[in-house]
Write a protein that binds this ligand. Structure first.
Ligand SMILES: *Cc1c(COP(=O)(O)O)cnc(C)c1O
Length: 298
């Protein structure tokens, strides 16, 4: 898959830099690839490689109706010549989401499940394993997902100059990779977009290799805006403002909450003014397609 991507640019966030009186940059992983955008490319890379090495021809994975992971897996699998099935949480609706339609267009076969059946993932996994499918866990969560995520910072030429690296978290896989690949003096901060998922910190520690388990990082749990699928008007307005000022598009599930949090932290003097921040724009823009037309200016 390596030949399909470009080096993600780094851009200054001028308003945030001004507020902090120091450097605030964004790593634009959203520009990495038009479909397998953001962290999903990194998280999938070693699963796909592993499936190839082990001689699998078919891949199965799991996700919700708006899952960036589902689209990314559909695309990546197709481009590497795999057949894929996506096990979707929830019954099939009359009109399927843009996300799922896109996955279908890339040849993914969708299998809708009741929530109860979905809960019983182990049974589903066994079934597909017996039928010769390679299993990619939901959200790419697992050690191969972490391994891929340790490469996210590789392209950042002056990575050593940053004191803080900040990203959004869903499963915590990406941040585990960032924690493992950052320097000991750098503080890694995760903005958790899931409401009430406070065990995330321990789950992240579980994902870390032994020698990184004591490394310091922080997860902030107060920026979920009501929960994973929630994007109140306040957030949508903020996204439009941020676009007008910085020309950075954000997605309503992850990155809007991330950049909002960074602004809020700066204005509450969370960082001292010799801090240098790197914010990771981890993509996910396709999720905005579920909003009514005209909601966003970008
Ligand atoms: C999937 C995703 C995340 C969450 O990554 P995890 O590794 O599950 O924590 C964050 N941002 C975007 C845009 C995503 O698509």
């Amino acid at each position: 898959m390596d030949n399909q991507i470009t080096i993600p640019p780094i851009q200054s966030i001028s308003k945030f830099s001004e507020m902090l009186g120091s450097k605030v940059d964004v790593l634009r992983l959203d520009l990495l690839h038009p479909i397998v955008s953001g962290n999903k490319w990194f998280k999938l890379k070693y699963y796909i490689e592993d499936a190839e090495e082990k001689g699998y021809k078919k891949i199965v994975t799991f996700g919700g109706a708006y899952s960036n992971h589902i689209v990314a897996t559909a695309f990546a699998s197709k481009s590497q010549g795999f057949e894929t099935i996506g096990i979707i949480r929830g019954e099939e609706p009359k009109t399927i989401s843009h996300t799922l339609q896109q996955a279908r267009d890339y040849g993914m076969e969708l299998y809708f499940t009741s929530r109860e059946e979905y809960q019983n993932k182990k049974t589903l996994e066994e079934y597909y394993l017996n039928k010769g499918y390679y299993i990619i866990p939901e959200g790419g969560c697992g050690s191969l997902g972490v391994k891929g995520s340790t490469e996210i910072l590789d392209s950042v030429f002056d990575i050593k100059t940053y004191t803080h690296i900040i990203c959004a978290c869903g499963t915590g896989t990406m941040i585990a990779g960032i924690i493992q690949s950052s320097f000991p003096y750098q503080k890694v901060i995760g903005i958790n977009v899931l409401k009430g998922y406070t065990e995330i910190k321990n789950d992240i520690i579980d994902l870390l290799d032994d020698r990184f388990k004591s490394k310091m990082f922080e997860i902030l749990n107060e920026y979920h805006f009501g929960g994973y699928a929630k994007s109140p008007e306040k957030l949508l307005n903020w996204m439009n403002n941020f676009w007008q000022k910085e020309k950075i598009p954000t997605d309503k599930v992850y990155t809007a909450k991330l950049f909002y949090a960074v602004e809020d932290l700066i204005s509450n003097n969370y960082f001292n003014n010799d801090s240098k921040l790197l914010v990771i724009h981890c993509g996910g823009l396709q999720g905005n397609l579920s909003l009514p037309k005209g909601t966003l200016l970008f």
